[in-house]
Structure formats: structure tokens, C-alpha cells
Ligand binder design. Sequence first.
Ligand SMILES: *Cc1c(COP(=O)(O)O)cnc(C)c1O
Length: 755
Amino acid sequence: MHALEQHAKELFKKDLANLSDAETYKVLLDYVQEQMINSPVNQGKKKLYYISAEFLVGKLLTTNLINLGLYDEVSQVLEANGKSLHDVEKAETEPSLGNGGLGRLAACFLDSIASLGINGDGIGLNYHFGLFRQVFRDNQQASVPDEWLNHPNWLVKTETSYEIPFRHFNFKSSLYEIEIPGFEQKAHNRLRLFDLESVTSDIIEADSINFDKMNIPQNLTLFLYPDDSDYVGNLLRIYQQYFMVSNAAQLIIEEAKAKGSDLHDLYDYAVVQINDTHPAFIIPEFVRLLTTYHGFEFKEALAVIEKTVAFTNHTILAEALEKWPMAYIDEVVPEIAKIIRQLDEEIRSRYPDKEAVQIIDQDDRAHMAHIAIHFSFSTNGVAKLHTEILKNSELKPFYELYPDKFNNKTNGISFRRWIMAANPELTQLLDEKIGQDWHKDADLTAFEKEIDQADSLKRLQEIKHHNKLQLQEYLSDQQGVQLHDNAIIDVQIKRLHEYKRQQMLALYIIHKYLDIKAGNLPSTPITILFGGKAAPAYTIAQDIIHLILCLSELIAKDPEVSPYLQVIMVENYNVTSAEKLITAADISEQISLASKEASGTGNMKFMLNGALTICTLDGANVEIAERVGEDNIYIFGQDSETIVKLYETGDYHRHLADYYHRERIKPLVDFIVSDELLALGQHDRLYRLHEDIKYKDWFMALIDLEEFIDVKEKVYADYEDQESWTKKALINIAQAGYFSSDRTIQDYNQDIWKI
Ligand SMILES: *Cc1c(COP(=O)(O)O)cnc(C)c1O
């Protein structure tokens, strides 16, 4: 009897063959968990601590089975018992511990760190409801709690606990862990998530994500990114951040001391990578711990911290660069406020005439990125273009002070998840054609030789078709929508934000709708899919979702148009739906306003799965284009230099009316408030969005719209030549190896961590 069958008997007193899929999932969870807990944890003098407010890990069963080398064996045992892994996986609930690209990056990194055998853990918070679950009601987004913790999950409770001192509270934390096995590695790492036992869902109002924001003992780890549009919401974010980093710092010091560090050599035992500025309070917290409990002088502590901490910048959007009023920090943790004032004095004495690099500004706000850059040894951007923009404009004064600290680490994605688990058919084809070395060393270039092999091209087409059928099944199960057969699958999935320009694709849809109404019928039906959540306080993003949902309904109900065009907004976009959408996609929409998307990682997932990219030269799109060559990608729009200048001069926004009045643009924008749409939607939302695009358009949707329409028509026309299209897709797959997060992590380790 296989151990799995044994587990079934022990857990449910039944034969494996007689279990439901949900019960089978529990058996598998139990079995895999046991294998991991009985394997050793990575050891070694120096250790990486990757601290992040988010870890968007996705379902873990399949990737854990792959990494532990159990995938084939378990699939066979399940099959012998009349079950399939595909069905059992449906019973798994995706952890709600992340929001978007930043959290997904952290999850890919954990996989690569473990797979490269690097001694390194993730540290974060165990949000009970994480990011909200998105549901659509009346063509609008509603947000409800995501109850992932009420389902069987991978968390293991530990005995570890620290005391966390706030002004009004003294909390004792609990530590939960998720084991992170590497691909074909003996030892594993851990994702370590801190929590507070007094936190309870009792304070959440029915059918909403509203709760008493002042009740810190009961709300501290309830939600990821609680609404911060008011004072108490801001305080809660500071409570969360400090809770995360105080726990992290205490754990790091404890582990280093246990290995023999006297803390003056902490950097020989620990390297702390902070993922964006959310964990930046760890710098003053280290100062507090070292000076209060370990006999350090202030400057002595700084000297050690500056050699231990490294910082990753993820954005140049001004509103996303955290600045906390000192009064808020003082209200939450006065000792940390005091230390930040000392850090500010330190920088004022080091650089007296450089206002741009000071920590506390004239409005008495602490700039978290400034703290992170001054008191760390490395600042990295996440794609070549992004790092250049940091050095030459956004963070120029810092680059002038510390040229050696700045470096680029172009993001990557875990191939175990984004091809081996998500696309087993394509994995099989690659294995047949180029062997399996790429599972460990993600070089796929040998696949390019298949470009003249008719059977390989045919296989690629069959795989895409198969994945479209899987997506059809998924959407029908999840949302009750029926995906057209044999349509071009054109996908934009990512957080809703004006800079990502979902509104530009919506305007294109209006163009296409009107064009079809005028009798210009596409040769192949087109299905455009969106997925993405909007922050509940981000009104215009909610309005864009509303427009998309109204367009979807309008088109579905129009018999003249619906056979040729379909628009679907996928509810509650997450890792699970990403896996289905990306593997089925023909077209990857990466249409952000140039200079605004730091890297993007969705772009890499699509490329790896043989979708062709339509993009601006932004983020890592630039590096994708470099690799595949201009014949195998569709580039349009103004470049980042032009856009940066237009913001400086104000020229675009001054001339917005000229763009709006263009013959090809005005009818599209005005259609937002047409009778047809007003009949389906909310007047206030549609009018507000119309006004916003007409009079404000801060992220310049109209600047690239005409070019976008032209390039989309070309893409759809090119799709008709399936042989040539599939060759392009093949080159995209073959060139995707560079975007493995194993490469990214090797770069981090070589240049920054040195473990
Ligand atoms: C990859 C991924 C993202 C990031 O997508 P971008 O297009 O790079 O913004 C966000 N959410 C999920 C669920 C993802 O898998």
C-alpha cells in the first residue's frame, strides 16, 4: 500500500478511492507536509532574511509535489484510485497573503532561493483575510473578506514568540511557518509569518471589509493593506509594519547569536533584503534593539546595520513612495520616532546642504525610502530601464552620493510554477525536444531549432488549444461565463491602475464595437479578458472596472457584435486564475505608460507560455524586446524619455483638449457616456470617468491611443497566418530563459547577499 493510501485510512478511515476531492486534498496536504517537516532545514553561518509585506504564493500542492520529486508518483497513485491531481487541486484554497506583482515576486524568489540551496527565509505577516476577495455586483466591484484561513492550509504553528512594545500596547506575537522546499533539494527553507492571537474576525461588519480600525489588539493582522484614507487607517499600517519588523529583527538577532555572533559581526550571519519600503522600519528597530539590549553606541549600531540591510525599490510613482508623518509614528511607537529623529540628524550632519536626501521633510514626514537608501549597502531597481530612471531622475541625488550602492536586478519568475506546474503539456514538449536540463538551468534557446519543424509548430498550436479549453472549463465553473470557441485570446491581467492603462484597452474595445457595428467583421472572433482588483479607495480604478463590465454586458447582449467580440472581466484575479489565463493567451497586453511600470512580471509569464506581447517600451518589456527581436513583439507608443519630459514641461496636459478632439479619439471617449452605456451603468461613475479622461488623463491614455488601435489591428491580422504566428510564439518561449527567477536570485546572491 502506498503511504498516501495509508494516510487516507488514518485520517478518514476510508480507502483513498472512496474519498471526495476535498478529503483527498487533506490527505495530500498531510502527506506532503510530513515529508517536508521530516526533511532538514537549510543551515549555514550566513542567512538571508527576505522581508516583505506580501507573499502571493498561490496554491502550493502542485509546486510542492514537483519540488519534492513526488509529482509523477502521486499522480499515478491518484489515477490508480480513480482520481486526478487536476481535480484534487481544485479543493485547495489560495492563501490571501499578497496583492500584486511585488508579492508574487517575493513568492517566486522564495522558490528560487530554496531551489538554489541558499540558506534563506521569508518573513512577513499572517493576515487572516489578506487582501479582499473581489466580487461583481451591478457591474461594479464589491470587496468581501477572503476567508482563506478557514480552509485547510499549509501553516504550521511554532512556539516562537516575541514581545512587541507599542505606546499603548505590549503584544506577544506568535510565529507560523510555511515550509518552502527547493526543486530537488534535500533541505528546505521557510516562510515565517507573524501573528497576534487576540486578532478576531468578530469585529468585521457583515458582508464587508469594514471593521473598527482603532481596535488594534483585534485587528492588527486581519487585512493586508487596510484602507488608509483616514488617520486611523494610517496608524494601523504603521502598527502592522512595526509589528512585522520588530518580530523580524528579534528573530534575526536571536538566530545570529545562537550561531556565535557577538552582533558586531551581524553581517557575517545575516543579510536582510527589504522588499520595497514597507519593512524599512527595521532599520530604526535594529538601532533600538542593539543600543537598548546589546550595549551598542548609536553610531556603532549604524555601522553594523549599514552592512546588513539591502533595499529593493519597486516604484517611481510618487504616491507609492511612503512618507509617514512623524506625529503618527510617535503615536504608535515613540521610541522609533525618537530614533528616526536621530537618523535625520545624522544625515543632516553628513550632508548639511543636500535637502533632497534628508529623512524628515519640512512637513515633518519621514521618507521611508530615504532611510532605506542611507542605512543599507545596496539599492536595486527591478529592470534595466527602471534602474536607469532611478539613477538619472527619481533618486539622482542619492545616486550621486552612493554610486556604488545602486545596482539592477531584473525580475524573474519561477519556472516551476509558471511552466512546469501551470503548463504540463508545454513542459512535456520542451522535455521531448531539448531534454530536461532546463528544469534546473532555465536555458530554452535550444528550442529555437524547432522553428522549421512542422510537427513542433503543430504541437504548440494543439497545446494552446488545449489550454483554451481548460480556461473555458475554469471560467464556466467559477463565473458561469461561456468563453467563445476558437477565439483569439487577448489578455490584460494585473492590478487596476491608471498607469497600467486598462482604460486605453477599454477605449480600443469601444473602437472595435463601433467598427463591427459598421460592418467590418473580424475574420476570427476576439475575446478580450481582463482581471484585476482595484484598491477600494481608488475611485477612478473602480470606475474603469465599471466601464469594462458595462461594455462586457453591452456586447454580450448585442447579436450583431457578440459573435465576433467578447469581453470578460474575470472575478477575483489571483495566482490560480493567472495560471489558467496566461497559458491560454495568444496576446499579452503590457501597455503601461512608458516609465511607470518598474518591471512587470506578468509579461514574462506570458512570453514563457507562447503569447505574443503588445507593449510600450516600459519596465522589462524593453529586455523582452531585446531578446526576441522586433519581428516577434508588437511595440507602440511614446518612449519613457519623452514621457518623463512631458511631465516636466506639462506639455501633454496643457494640450489634452487637442488629443481629445481628434477625429479618431473623441467618439471613443464620448461613448463612455452614450445612451447605450448609461442604460446599463451608474451615471455618476461613467460621467466621472469621462470627465477624468477628457480633462485630466494624468496617465496619458490618449497620447498612445491611435497608435495602439493601429498596432492591435496589425496583431489580429497577423494572427490569421497561424504558421508565422506560431513561429513567433516559439521564439518567445525559446528566449524566456533569462527571465527565470533562478537567474535573478543568482544575481542577487553574487552581487548582494554573498551566501
Ligand atoms: C504575476 C502576477 C502579477 C503581476 O502582474 P504584472 O502584469 O506584472 O503587474 C499580479 N498578480 C498576480 C496574481 C500575478 O500572478
